[in-house]
Design a protein around this ligand. Structure first.
Ligand code: AMP
Length: 423
């Protein structure tokens, strides 16, 4: 299928060619015709699948179809500032050959610039909930002409505690407005939101049971004895010449700062990215990463959610996330578009129940890896004896770590053997 067959306007098709997008991704193939039909739509899809274009292209088509209408016509709500920025950038790219006046509105940035931008009557606003509501309350945004309302990463917005804000905005939408809801998973809260505000929605489900497997992402686990051992493994991985660009995830903002500081002092090109940093610094950090001035970003989940940096070769979970959805979101920072990537999780024995939960969620078993000289001191079999995993289908979910054959270095995909693959 081609983009032409999706009946998109010539300037949009021209921009897609310019972006190098040759064929629509599965979510685009499914969601764009449904969105263009004018019906409400619920789409389950993960980031990294091309879902931004799946709603931005129909939005642009709406603007193209009726260029005379005035006022705010498209509103996109998204959970984080980085996502708002990215969607705004994607809108500029895909709308390059149209006159589109869009603006990103999010917290942490000065009000002055946003007030000025809003006074110029943008047709499209991409916003995070809190700051949007602030402007609505102050009468700077009028929602009465909105034709298309997009809830991007709706499940995540609810997870982040934005339920009241999302409901407030959804409630304020005009009666005849079309709503598109995108979520990685349709949990009960998201379904309730959809039931409350959407009219007979069509559906696209490309994230069934979370089983969008990242087949271009090689996923590995390293067992760690303690923090010191974990630190050594991380440094070894960061020194890998195949690691061109990496995102290291830590559990807390403080850990992100500490890790970034330590790695920087050892000569690595590192920066931290978390919610306590000002937006200006966060934007600068992202730019530095995109430009290659920084090789390693140490981030927390919230800050790194959905960020789209091309060429991330490695995602390293310094701390394993407690939620399987977060795991999928994290590893989706690599293997973007048509690239491949490596996702490595450093786990202690106490993390095993979470590993098992992740394996169930993604529908595949993760493979263990060992770096010669940095083997864990405690054998995996011991842990299994002390805490047996529920086993399905007669096959244990884990196999013990095996030593890499002599002479093979860690992180080298071409020479790595398939340790313990149990698929
Ligand atoms: P998203 O899931 O929207 O964050 O998109 C992930 C990445 O895929 C972005 O870098 C997009 O520019 C890219 N992308 C989106 N659609 C396509 C397509 N049809 N062909 C190739 N790359 C795409």
């Amino acid at each position: 299928m081609s983009f032409e067959s999706l009946q998109l306007a010539p300037p949009i098709l021209k921009a897609l060619i310019k972006c190098g997008h040759e064929t629509p991704s599965p979510i685009q193939r499914e969601a764009i015709p449904k969105a263009l039909s004018g019906r409400d739509l619920i789409a389950s899809a993960n980031t990294g699948t091309g879902k931004t274009a799946a709603f931005v292209l129909p939005a642009l088509q709406k603007l193209f179809d009726d260029p005379v209408k005035k006022g705010l016509r498209i509103l996109v709500l998204t959970p984080t500032r980085e996502l708002a920025d990215q969607i705004a950038k994607a809108t500029s790219r895909y709308g390059k050959y149209m006159k589109v006046h869009s603006v990103a509105i999010y917290g942490g940035m000065p009000f002055g610039d946003q007030i000025r931008a809003l006074s110029q009557s943008p047709e499209m606003i991409i916003a995070t909930p809190g700051r949007l509501i602030d402007h609505i309350w102050r009468g700077r945004i009028n929602l009465s002409n909105v034709e298309l309302f997009v809830l991007d990463e709706a499940d995540r917005m609810l997870d982040m505690g934005f339920i009241d804000d999302v409901e407030f905005v959804s409630d304020a939408m005009p009666q005849n407005c079309q709503t598109l809801l995108f979520a990685a998973t349709m949990n009960p809260e998201t379904s309730k939101l959809a039931q409350k505000f959407m009219k007979d929605p069509d559906r696209v489900d490309l994230a069934k049971g979370g089983k969008i497997t990242h087949d271009k992402i090689e996923q590995r686990l390293h067992i760690t004895d303690n923090l010191q051992h974990k630190g050594k493994i991380l440094r070894h991985l960061c020194s890998d010449k195949d690691l061109s660009r990496a995102i290291v995830f830590s559990a807390t903002k403080r850990d992100a700062d500490t890790l970034a500081r330590e790695l920087r002092s050892e000569g690595f090109g590192v920066a931290a990215l978390h919610g306590d940093m000002t937006q200006v610094i966060r934007n600068r950090t992202m730019d530095n990463m995109r430009r290659g001035k920084i090789r390693i970003l140490v981030a927390t989940d919230v800050a790194a959610r959905g960020i789209d940096i091309t060429g991330v070769s490695h995602v390293i979970n310094f701390d394993l996330p407690r939620s399987a959805e977060d795991y999928v979101n994290r590893i989706g920072r690599t293997g973007r578009a048509s690239e491949s990537g490596i996702a490595i999780s450093l786990v202690s024995h106490a993390d095993f129940p979470y590993v098992e939960r992740i394996e169930r969620y993604i529908g595949q078993n993760l493979t263990f890896d060992v770096i010669p000289g940095l083997e864990p001191s405690r054998a995996l079999t011991g842990a299994k004896k002390s805490k047996p995993f529920p086993q399905k289908g007669g096959k244990p979910p884990f196999r013990g770590p095996r030593r890499r054959p002599e002479g093979q270095s860690s992180g080298n995909r071409s020479t790595r053997s398939n340790f313990g693959a149990n698929k």
